[in-house]
Each structure stands twice: as C-alpha cells, then as structure tokens.
Design a binder for this molecule. Structure first.
Ligand code: G6P
Length: 607
C-alpha cells in the first residue's frame, strides 16, 4: 500500500503531483506529502496528516513549486499517521518516497546511528534517505548511492529518489511493490500504477521485480537486479484516465455497483464462445490431471473463492481448499503433486497472496491467477491467466471486481466439469446460457436498490447485524458482513444458516437485524425453517429472495428485498448486488467515508 508518484519535467510539477496522488488515494490516506527540487538547488517539502485535501490546504497556505518532484500518500505501518512520519523523507540533499516495508530497518538505523546519523521519524522508510545520503557523502554519484542503498535493503519496496543539485534525474527501484515508468514527450514519470499517470501519459513501462530506473526529462534507462542495462516494453494503456472518474455518481462504490452488468459481461465474453454456447478451453490446463485445487486469496477475493468451491466441487467433482493467504503461507499446507493453485486478487499485488503463490511455485504447482490488473505481479507470475475485466476499481470496498471474479470462476468450473466428463454438452449449454443471462439479470438486480435504501435506515441504527445463507449463499453472507463492517463500521457476522442454532441464535433479540440471503433453490425450505426460528425469538428478519421465495416465506419475514428469478447457478453473482446496496446505503445514512473507510486501503502490499 501507499502510493508514490514522481515527475521530471521542465514545467511546474506540484499541481500535477497532487492530481496523480488523488488517483492513488485508494492505496492509503493516512497522510500525504510532496517534495520538489528548488531553483536554488535545495529540496523543499510540504506534508500533512490525513487526506490529500489536507495537503492541498497546506500547499495553498505555503506554496512550493519546482520542475522535479515526488509525492506520496501513506497507509501507516511504522509510526503513527502524523506529519513527522509522512513522506517524503529527507536526509541532507536527498528526498525519497517509499511504498512497502523495510524489514531490516532496525539494524540499518542502528548502523547509521552509530555513524552519527539522526532520524526524524519513526518510519522504516527514512533509512532509505539516510543510506542514499551516506552513499553521496562517501563520494558516490546519485545513481551509485541509490544502488548502494537499495542493495542494503531487505523487504519490499517501490521507491523514488531525488537529489538536490541534480534536477536532471530521478531514481526509482522496485522489489515486491509495483512501480511503473511513464513516458511523456518531454518529461518522464514514476508511479505506483498507470492510473496515477493517466492524466499525463498513456505510455507506460512496467518494471520487473528487482529493476531500478534512472529517469530524465525525455528518456530513461532501466537496469536489472544485477545492474545490467535492460529493455522493458512500453505499453499503451489508453483509456485508464476516463475510467477513474466518478461521473454522475456520488461515490465510486455506487458507480462500480452500477457498472456490474457491463463489467461482468466483459469478463464472461473472455471465457464464453456465444455461438457454440460453450466455455472456450482454458489454455495450459488439463483438468483431468488435476486432483485438487488450492485457492488462496484475501478479503473479498477469498469469499469469491469460497463461493467457487461450491461450483468446482458440485459441477466438476474437483476438491477445492480455500485458504486465507496469510494463513496458508505459514501453515505448511499439505499439497498434492497434482494440485493446482488458483490465486484470486483484484489488484494482483496483495503481499500475502503473492507469498502464498511463491510457496505453491516452490512446490512445483501450476498457478492460475484470477486477477483484474493484467500487468500486476500476480498476473505475471501465473502460469494460467484467468482474467477478470472489471476495469479499474477505485472504491476500497470491492464490488464489481468481486462479481467479475465470480463470473470468471464460474466459467472455469464449467470448463473443468466438461473436461472431466462430469457434465455433458447439453448441461454445459444450459450452464453457459445461464451465465450469458447474468449481465441482464444484474441489470434487473439493480432495481433492488430502492428496497435496500429503505431498509438501510434500520441497519444504520443497529449495533450488530447477522447475515445468514446456505450453500453458496453462506460465503456470500460472509462477504455481505465484511462489506457492512468495512464501510458502515457496524459489527456484522456472516454465518451458515444451519449453524444458527449452534451459537449465533444466542445473539438474537429485537434489536439485531438478521438478513437471510435466500433466492429459491433446493435448500430454501430449510432456510425458511431458520427464518421461523429467528422470528420466534423476536429477531427482525430481512429476507433477500426472489418472487417464489417471497410467496413461500414473505409473510414470516418482517421485511423483504425481492430480486429477479434466476438459475440458482448464477444467483450468488446476481444477489451480490443486494448486499452491496445494503452496505452502501447504510454507510451513506451513517455519513461515513464510503470510498475511503477508516484504516483500510485497497491494495495491501504489506504483510
Ligand atoms: C484489501 C481490500 C479488500 C480486498 C483485499 C484483497 O483488504 O480492502 O477490498 O478484498 O485487500 O485484495 P486483492 O487486491 O488481492 O483482491
């Protein structure tokens, strides 16, 4: 997490740095700062705790400008989110911005401290500035001093470095954390991602892990880990700028919920051959030779994996273990030699998911990556690309990326079922037709917004909320609870409806809304019994269901949200919309910061 940006130009850069930072705010928003090289050969900086708007206020009062500068938006790891700990960090003539964690920073601080270096923050990042400054003092030029510093760092980093007196260069380096170079007509840029640079250029170079780069006004040189000059392709990423705008929507989250019919449609069209109504073969995977799938992910992506488990097991008879990546990587998982690993990740940069994949790779497993950012680290380390086509997702709470993950995984499950002879051509056609209907059904599902909005007034008053579901709606209940927690700060739990009687029923009273996610399927009658059990204990029930479900159980639930009648296979995708709207409108009702909820970040590139 943390976002970094840098510009080497002949024109003033501060306004543009701030504009780029705003596009990186999804990576963290605890503090921000900017530093420029001044005309007199010095470094000037402005920093502020809180959001970028706070930095703008500081810059309004005490402006700075220059033609070379770096900027940073922080998600605090080492040290409180204060001005003192905000980036850029400086040491003598050096200023740096850093994303990642320097794991050996204590040793480095002690080493540098013994040489008389004093530190002015609690951060691990400041050691990078101090190391570069030490290198310069010993007579190295800026490039060599940066290399000297980088070689001493352990951990993950993307870093941008400027040096007073040298407005002709900026040095960038990455290990573990992402960094791209933007190539303009007469200026060059560094950024955590292409979206940050979208207002300035569409031409982007994705650095490889271990690369470092020296950028100038109109050119740049990339070096690999060993210091050898390397060429990396320039990619055109046109269109990213427009996609990162809110349009007429109040929040990115609202916009992204409404984009789901289209985003899911794009994703499905990657997998489905509409003419033959089949799933296109998944390149490089023979599902007959795979006996188990290990799925690893974090947060919302892990709930997409948990839903997909029902599909892979139910349709393809393929056992799936779903693991939270941070647990998987440390628990010595027993992987079979014929296992395949599948990572699910919107950003493709989540540190724990990456580390879990490293483990799978070292065990010789084939890696599939269900990833939304095509040039991300996870996408690039995957042997089998399983893309989602959600487009940039800016709201911290994931919505369209989640339903696109479900769509991609549903297609892969059908492909696996067909390859393993578990379904025949007719059944494949039936499932594919259901999938092809999903975008239309999602559009209809958007009509659930009014009901969700109405009921959000109730949820906004609750201290605790329970979400319950059976089958694939159980992991959806967990995702629903996560969504509500994340953005409305209301405590919520997602449980298997059948588990109600084994504990959560003790929580039920007339103040605890219990939300059942239950479009009709073969388990509906059992869910209806659970509803009765809650009602008998005065629990206020909200039932999310279809018309059939409403006819069967609508009279016992206190409130209803009625969505479209769909094939049960695609229902978890379609009914995600209801729980997203509930969380969204409850958060709006409570007045929280929907797109940037407290303490969270969208891309978690630290452990
Ligand atoms: C963070 C985000 C979540 C996301 C999770 C996994 O916690 O706030 O919305 O689900 O990371 O991210 P990924 O990019 O790997 O899907």
């Amino acid at each position: 997490m943390c976002g970094i940006i840098g510009v080497v130009s002949g024109q003033p850069v501060v306004d543009r740095l701030v504009e780029g930072l705003k596009r990186l705010e999804y990576r963290g928003y605890d503090s921000s700062g900017v530093a420029v090289l001044t005309q007199t050969g010095g470094v000037e900086r402005r920093r502020a705790p809180g959001k970028i708007s706070a930095l703008e206020a500081v810059l309004d009062k005490t402006p700075i400008d220059g033609v070379v500068g770096i900027a940073h938006t922080r998600w605090a790891t080492h040290g409180a989110p204060t001005e003192m700990n905000a980036h850029p960090h400086t040491a003598g003539p050096v200023a740096i911005v850093h994303n990642g964690i320097i794991e050996n920073y204590r040793e480095l601080r002690a080493e540098l401290g013994a040489k008389g270096v004093t530190f002015h923050s609690d951060t691990d990042s400041e050691t990078i500035a101090a190391l570069v400054a030490t290198g310069l003092e010993s007579g190295l030029d800026p490039e060599a001093a940066a290399k000297y510093a980088i070689d001493k760092l352990e951990g993950a980093f993307a870093v941008a470095i400027i040096v007073a007196d040298r407005p002709d260069i900026m040095i960038g380096a990455r290990r573990g954390s992402p960094l791209v170079v933007g190539v303009g007509a007469d200026e060059c840029y560094l950024g955590s991602d292409a979206i940050a640079l979208a207002p300035f250029t569409d031409n982007v170079v994705y650095l490889e892990d271990g690369d470092w780069v020296v950028i100038h006004r109109g050119e740049y040189e990339v070096y690999d880990e060993k210091g050898g000059r390397v060429e990396r392709p320039v990619k055109n990423v046109g269109g990213a700028a427009a996609l990162a705008e809110k349009g007429n929507h109040r929040h990115f989250m609202e916009k992204e919920i409404h984009e789901q019919p289209e985003a899911v449609g794009h994703t499905l069209s990657h997998y489905i051959d509409p003419t033959s109504e089949t799933i296109r073969p998944i390149a490089d995977v023979d599902f007959t030779k795979i006996d188990r799938i290990a799925m690893v992910a974090c947060g919302t992506a892990s709930y997409a994996a948990a839903i997909a488990k029902y599909w892979f097991e139910g349709l393809a008879g393929l056992p799936v273990d779903v693991d939270i990546a941070s647990e998987f990587r440390y628990r010595a998982p027993a992987l079979s030699p014929n296992s395949m690993a599948i990572a699910v990740s919107q950003s493709g940069e989540t540190a724990d998911t990456l580390a879990a994949l490293d483990l799978c790779k070292s065990e010789g497993l084939k890696i599939g990556g269900v990833v939304n950012v095509p040039e991300s680290s996870i996408a690039r380390m995957s042997d089998v690309s399983l893309p989602t086509k959600a487009g940039p997702e800016i709201g911290v709470a994931s919505t369209k990326a989640f339903t696109c993950q479900l769509a991609a995984l549903a297609c892969v499950a059908v492909a696996a079922a067909r390859a393993r002879g578990r379904i025949d051509a007719d059944e494949e056609r039936r499932l594919v037709r259901a999938l092809m209907e999903t975008p239309r059904r999602l559009s209809e599902a958007l009509d659930m917004e009014e009901d969700a909005k109405r009921l959000s007034t109730k949820l906004a008053e609750a201290r605790d909320v329970l979400y319950l579901g059976r089958g694939a709606f159980f992991p959806l209940a967990m995702e629903a609870a996560l969504k509500l927690k994340e953005i409305s700060y209301i405590h919520a739990e997602g449980y298997a409806a059948g588990e109600l009687k084994h504990g959560p029923i003790a929580l039920i009273d007339k103040h605890t809304p219990v939300i059942f996610i239950a479009p009709t399927d073969h388990l509906f009658a059992k869910t209806a019994s659970s509803i009765q059990e809650v009602v008998a204990r005065e629990g206020p029930v909200i039932l999310i269901t279809d018309k059939n479900g409403a006819d069967q159980a609508g009279d016992i639930a206190q409130d209803l949200i009625v969505g479209p009648s769909v094939d049960p296979f695609i229902a978890p995708i379609v009914y995600s919309v209801a729980v997203q709207f509930l969380a969204y409108h409850t958060a709006v009702m409570k007045g929280t910061d929907v797109d940037q909820p407290r303490n969270l970040a969208k891309s978690v590139t630290v452990e």
